[in-house]
Design a protein around this ligand. Structure first.
Ligand code: SF4
Ligand code: SF4
Length: 243
């Protein structure tokens, strides 16, 4: 694959249009190695109206990073059929409204760095030109920031930045491999949200750390639960190690 990467900032322009009339329609949904973030899973499982544990079992593969002990979750594909996404149909993506962040952002990819002193984030985008993608021919001119709005990428960026913060804290406090129990709790809290909710509400010790307003929000609001999960992981796995 001959790819060409070009860096872009929010006001930079690029030309691109993706339509079902192009002969490359759905080509980008095969030969896939699709990583999923916790917020990708939240949106997909809610869009499909299934629990996180059923989603993980049915649609994902996961392994543990050998150096970090952190979970790596990817969409399950069948290599015999060309590693096609389980959500692609002849008429396009069947989870389009809740498609993962990298699918939304394509043909851009977001890169973020954080200043150590000020903690300020700087983001920029790479444009990914792949041979099979014809969206650059006669594409509509737009800015990166317009693309972010049109593709509704901002909520994903916000949650993915929280994930990055957790991972960077883990790397500071525990530079090597996480132990098995911490790895399990990390995966449950961030990737299996319904399992985490049930753990918080049913485990006596965990339940005692919650106040009434936490409990109310966490029972019904998955986004609030995930935001809570990011701080819970930071606090319990990488700050006090109380578990
Ligand atoms: S989730 Fe949708 S857009 Fe993303 S690879 Fe699968 S079918 Fe394509
Ligand atoms: S234009 Fe690019 S993104 Fe759109 S369907 Fe074709 S390959 Fe996929």
């Amino acid at each position: 694959m001959e790819d060409d990467f070009i860096s872009l900032y929010p006001d930079d322009k690029f030309s691109f249009s993706c339509t079902s009339r192009l002969s490359c329609f759905n080509e980008c949904c095969r030969d896939l190695n699709q990583y999923l973030t916790p917020y990708d899973i939240l949106r997909l499982k809610n869009g499909l109206e299934i629990s996180s544990s059923i989603f993980l079992k049915t649609y994902t593969s996961h392994h543990t990073g050998p150096e970090t002990g952190l979970p790596v979750v990817t969409l399950k594909t069948d290599s015999a059929s060309g590693s096609i996404c389980p959500f692609v149909t002849p008429s396009g993506c069947r989870v389009y409204r809740d498609r993962p962040s990298s699918c939304r952002t394509y043909p851009l990819a977001r890169l973020v760095s954080r200043n150590r002193e000020s903690r300020k984030l700087t983001e920029y985008y790479m444009i990914i030109k792949e041979k099979h993608c014809l969206g650059f021919n006669d594409g509509k001119e737009q800015t990166v920031s317009r693309w972010i709005i049109e593709q509704d990428i901002e909520p994903y960026n916000r949650m993915n930045d929280m994930l990055m913060e957790v991972i960077s804290l883990k790397n500071q406090r525990i530079p090597g491999k996480l132990d098995i129990k911490s790895g399990y709790l990390f995966r449950m809290a961030l990737y299996d949200l319904d399992g985490f909710r049930s753990y918080l509400l049913n485990d006596k010790e965990a339940h005692n750390t919650l106040n009434e307003s936490d409990i109310k929000a966490l029972k019904w609001d998955d986004t609030a639960l995930l935001v809570f999960a990011f701080s819970w992981v930071k606090q319990n796995l990488f700050c006090n190690n109380i578990l």
